[in-house]
Design a protein around this ligand. Structure first.
Ligand code: NAD
Length: 297
């Protein structure tokens, strides 16, 4: 397939790499051309603007930080919409607001352009290994056509329903992941202070009803190593929790605990940890408890 890819960061770059490895023809763009170096060496072509990415592409993907970036890249000057036609399929792989992508969908539909949402989960390691979960919203027949392409970036590609439903699934997931991170840090600092070593605690919980992927996949790569290189930046995690609390407000859903999780992430941003990996949020509880959760080899 002829694929366009905009946003070649921690997630976008490995996903674009896997699309090239699967034999797709790629045109790429990012604000930082250096982020495309490895892809250009592998045979991808460079476009100077999102608009220039679009002509002749069967599908254009974006993987961008926050909703306003997606809006700028799609609807802004020299954006995707300016270069698009009724042949264009545009899919947003970012974690974005369902309401924002539904609005973009409706604006693009006026020009006959198809918009789908396809946020992903599984971290940078899942992106590199092509084992992401991909949550797709939009037209079912377009999903069926695009499924083989999405299989190149993920091992669990799911049709979630109409436009925006992929984002809803992703936001529910990330709210849980971030909330579990905060609660787990409280439990683990308590357990260590009460006398059990971290390796024993982590092993027991991973094999009991409190077990979860954040404990078995994420903490061992980041928090337990004291490694706060992103990964998944705290600023993006804070954005995702806020997308959830905003969605709760929009739909009149009470979310008391989620708003505490939100404020914990706000505190981490104020500490200056926005660019660090999202496990940096745990450092607040570590400080308060006087316990560091580290498993050194
Ligand atoms: P990142 O900051 O590493 O990469 C974003 C890229 O977009 C950067 O290369 C940046 O230069 C580029 N960019 C920003 N604005 C642009 C613009 N206007 N035009 C062109 N390029 C632009 O972010 P990431 O970690 O790769 O995350 C991307 C998206 O995926 C986010 O929505 C994030 O929430 C989501 N996500 C991240 C992870 C993760 O583990 N990092 C996992 C799942 C989902």
């Amino acid at each position: 397939m002829k694929v366009g890819f905009i946003g070649l960061g921690n997630m976008g770059n490995p996903m674009a790499t896997n699309l090239l490895n699967a034999g797709h023809d790629l045109v790429v763009h990012d604000l930082r051309q250096e982020s495309a170096t490895n892809l250009l060496e592998m045979g991808a072509s460079w476009a100077n603007t999102p608009k220039e990415v679009v002509p002749g592409r069967d599908v254009v993907f974006t993987s961008l930080p926050v909703p306003r970036d997606v809006e700028a890249v799609v609807l802004g000057e020299n954006g995707i919409l300016e270069g698009a036609s009724s042949e264009t399929v545009y899919m947003d792989l970012s974690t974005n607001s369902p309401t924002a992508i539904r609005r973009i969908h409706d604006m693009c539909a006026e020009k006959g352009v198809t918009v789908m949402d396809a946020p992903v989960s599984g971290g940078t390691y899942g992106a590199a290994a092509a084992t992401l979960a991909v949550m797709v919203g939009g037209d079912r027949s377009v999903y069926d056509r695009m499924k083989p392409t999405l299989d190149a970036i993920g091992s669990h590609v799911v049709y979630c329903g109409p436009i925006g439903n992929g984002m809803v699934c992703k936001i529910c997931n990330n709210l849980l992941s971030m909330g579990i991170g905060v609660l787990m840090t409280e439990a683990l600092t308590m357990g260590v202070k009460a006398g059990v070593d971290l390796a024993t605690l982590a092993d027991v919980i991973a094999n009991s009803t409190g077990g979860n992927k954040r404990l078995t996949d994420k903490f061992p790569r980041f928090l337990f190593k004291g490694n706060f290189e992103p990964g998944f930046a705290t600023a993006l995690a804070a954005k995702d929790v806020r997308l959830a609390t905003d969605l709760g407000r929009e739909y009149g859903i009470p979310m008391e605990l989620s708003n505490l999780v939100d404020q914990r992430h706000v505190e981490a941003i104020f500490r200056g940890w926005g660019p660090e990996d999202s496990d940096a949020v745990s450092k607040i509880q570590e400080e308060k408890a006087g316990v560091q959760l580290r498993l050194l080899d």
